[in-house]
Design a binder for this molecule. Structure first.
Ligand code: INI
Length: 157
């Protein structure tokens, strides 16, 4: 992977990851999970554990519960816009909640939650024409878990 890539630090050796996955739209989220697991295997992660929650709205609480036990969390979900404003509440709460957990706990949380207008758009981002956002989220988690190590060392000096 080149240094121009946003994920150029892709060495996960020695690092432990938790993957939290929403069951809602599980046909999509299972593909995101497969992508995330592939990325962690390629990066040489020491371990990864998978935890399921009902929907994307529940991801922040699960991430908060797990944050202290892992080097990074990967949150996966698929929020697909229907005809109701429910989409905005669920997608917004997931994004803001996960960001808050990351800042409150100082444990990296990667946002692998698709927010799309249609199922086809979600499929395209779960191993289709637009790649696999689960894979990308896992590589972001690796990069940010690595980021924390030299920062912690530099602060001690
Ligand atoms: N949860 C999702 O993960 N994706 C969706 O598209 C979705 N929609 O459309 O409603 C969804 N709703 C459930 C939500 O995440 C909670 O599980 C539920 O509101 C109970 O708290």
């Amino acid at each position: 992977m080149s240094r121009e890539s946003p994920h150029w630090n892709s060495d996960a050796r020695g690092l432990r990851f938790a993957i939290v996955v929403a069951r809602f739209n599980s046909g999509i989220t299972e593909k995101l999970l497969a992508g995330a697991q592939q990325a962690l295997t390629e990066a040489g992660a020491k371990s990864s554990r998978v935890f399921w929650v009902p929907g994307a709205f529940e991801l922040p609480l699960a991430a908060q519960a797990l944050a202290k036990g892992f080097d990074a969390i990967i949150a996966l979900g698929a929020v697909i816009r229907g005809e109701t404003p429910h989409f905005d509440y669920v997608a917004g709460a997931a994004a803001q909640g996960l960001q808050r957990v990351m800042l409150d706990t100082a444990t990296p949380v990667a946002f692998g939650v698709l927010t799309t207008n249609t199922s086809a758009e979600a499929e395209a981002r779960a191993g289709g024409a637009h790649g696999n956002k689960g894979y990308d989220a896992a590589m972001t988690a690796v990069a940010m878990a690595r980021f924390g190590k030299p920062v912690a060392k530099a602060k001690k000096k």
